[in-house]
Design a protein. Structure first.
Length: 76
């Protein structure tokens, strides 16, 4: 899952070397992915009215549902 989120984000930004993903698990069992990008690329990842961020979260949830996991994506 880390690789999928990293590849999606690297395809969107102008500085792909600055993309990093951290993973943690909360007390409910949900895996939380923290996506970090360069400050100048933040707008590209979020998109107008959050549409790209919403699409990233949708793709990640669909991939996680195949392995019956619950995930969340936070853009930091």
């Amino acid at each position: 899952m880390n690789e999928l989120l990293t590849k999606i984000a690297q395809g969107l930004v102008s500085n792909p070397d600055a993309v990093s993903v951290e993973q943690e698990q909360d007390e409910e069992g949900t895996v939380v992915y923290h996506l970090h990008v360069a400050p100048e690329d933040m707008g590209r990842v979020i998109g107008k009215q959050g549409r790209i961020a919403k699409a990233i979260r949708t793709v990640m949830r669909a991939a996680a549902s195949r392995s019956e996991q619950k995930i969340s994506v936070e853009i930091d």
